[in-house]
Design a protein around this ligand. Sequence first.
Ligand code: TMP
Length: 204
Amino acid sequence: MTARGRFITFEGIDGAGKSTQIGFIDGWLRSRDIDVLLTREPGGTPIGEALRELILHRPMQPRTETLLMFAARCEHVLGVIEPALAAGRWVLCDRFTDATYAYQSGGRGLPEADVAVLERWVHESLQPDLTFLFDLAPELAAARLARAQRSDRFESEQRDFFARVREHYLARARAEPRRFVVVDTSQDKAVVQQHLAEAVGHWL
Ligand code: TMP
């Protein structure tokens, strides 16, 4: 029987440098002959990607936003993530349910209990094996985002929104220290990548 793959997720406020580092881990695992599936949320399926367009660019109520995140996640978990893990692949997912707690509950102010109900409904038995939280002060992240010159509905939020999102992420990391690896992305890129390689190496 094939051993189940690992489920690794990547989180952090917008502008924290997540995308660059995911590429590094993806390459690091592939160079060790690990069968990797790289995917993202919201997205990762045709329906998920269509919902992503709506979520990122159309104004909507916070509850609608939360329901659409979980609608996209439901397609993703059942259609992509679970089958890949069952086939022994390592799934690297750019954001997962920690993002809903941090953004929709922390940022938008929805009760955590409401997110927990949807979490149980959509993926009761699935949790990440490992979560990297890329942490950066909102001031520094905002400067990076300004350079990138993109702005969707989340990226154009104010500094205090991201301060709340960051606090929620850090609180989740403190509550589950065995699952989370918090990476300070204000450090030099080489230092960050060494930290990442050591943490993933632990799993091999
Ligand atoms: P990305 O730019 O990292 O791909 O993420 C898209 C945006 O969606 C990002 O600003 C965070 C937001 N988001 C949530 O608010 N809740 C969620 O559950 C997820 C997965 C993403």
